[in-house]
Ligand binder design. Structure first.
Ligand code: G4P
Length: 291
């Protein structure tokens, strides 16, 4: 979902600790049987770390479409099929409420069926299965891990070779998780990725022009979810409206005035982004699979 008429936004993100996080992942990969990446169901591709395909090549992989409570259910289903066709195990979750979480254990065991058979054949039935959990910041990784672990959560203690400070979390049923620091990759390969990450709050917005971000978001809403604008902000977008025009229309309906005839666009921009974050615009997905 991209459109060349959108305002150009230059969002780049180079936090220094990311290289360290990547090294930690590379160093510990040999200790796990599978890699599970938590992604945001509203922007599945943009919230995946493209490096992981290279770093984790050869490992059985799982994708968790989290925040599915905020995403368009029909499109989430399409993403699930899309990734399953690519060989990933896929589950859909709302880690906040716990919905979908129970599918995790069975999905890991199915993904590692062959490995389990090998263990059985070697007389190592019941051997612990270890899964590395990855995800961009704020995607819900901690919430997910806590829910999956439930009351069974226990720090399984240091293992030789594991980078200090990392923890194995025993979640029962012969499974252990290795938590990793949330990472964003240093370069976005498509210009819209940074913008989608900012709209969904993965990139904290103090480095971003919130008004331009919200104006571009308005254009996306007009193109893909015009009914959400009608329902929530009580105006029908016109084809010739710019994103800023729509922010102004919404501000007018809300009564966000700076002075007579001048609307508070900044306040409306923040309101729009916050209300999307809170799910008040409905379940809106901002990226669809191309197949
Ligand atoms: P992280 O470890 O990946 O950084 O994320 P964390 O679990 O801390 O979750 C970030 C926020 O997202 C938390 O809200 C959490 O409750 C929420 N969250 C996690 N999973 C889901 C989900 O599936 N659906 C919804 N709707 N929310 C989810 P918070 O601390 O209140 O922060 P925020 O909501 O203001 O970002």
């Amino acid at each position: 979902m991209s459109d060349s008429t959108y305002e150009k936004m230059n969002i780049q993100w180079f936090p220094g600790h990311m290289a360290k996080a990547r090294r930690m992942i590379e160093d510990n990969l040999k200790l796990v049987d599978a890699v599970c990446e938590i992604i945001d169901a509203r922007i599945p591709e943009s919230s995946r770390n493209p490096d992981i395909d290279r770093i984790a090549a050869g490992k059985p992989r799982m994708l968790v479409l989290n925040r599915s409570d905020l995403a368009d259910p029909a499109i989430t289903e399409r993403w699930t099929e899309h990734y399953k066709r690519q060989g990933f195990a896929v589950i859909e979750t709302d880690a906040k409420s716990g919905k979908g979480i129970r599918a995790f254990g069975p999905a890991v065991r199915k993904l590692l069926e062959e490995k389990i058979r090998e263990f059985d054949a070697k007389g190592q039935s019941g051997r612990t299965l270890r899964v590395m959990v990855l995800g961009i910041p704020n995607v819900g990784k901690s919430t997910f891990i806590n829910k999956v672990a439930g009351r069974k959560a226990a720090i399984a203690g240091d293992k030789p070779g594991v980078t200090r400070g990392r923890q194995w979390i025993s979640i029962g049923g012969g499974l252990e998780l290795l938590d990793t620091p949330g990472i964003l990759w240093p370069k976005f390969d498509r210009p819209e990725v940074g913008e989608l990450l900012a709209i969904t709050n993965a990139i904290k917005s103090d480095i971003i022009d919130r008004e331009t971000l919200a104006a571009n978001f308005m254009l996306r809403l007009r193109d893909y979810y015009p009914d959400a604008l009608k329902m929530r902000y009580k105006f029908s977008p016109a084809p010739e409206d710019s994103g800023f025009d729509m922010l102004e229309k919404a501000a007018a309906k809300r009564g966000f005035l700076i002075s007579k005839g001048e609307y508070d666009i900044e306040r409306m921009a923040n309101t729009l982004l916050n209300e999307y974050h809170e799910g008040k615009l409905g379940r809106l997905t901002l990226e669809v699979p191309d197949d």
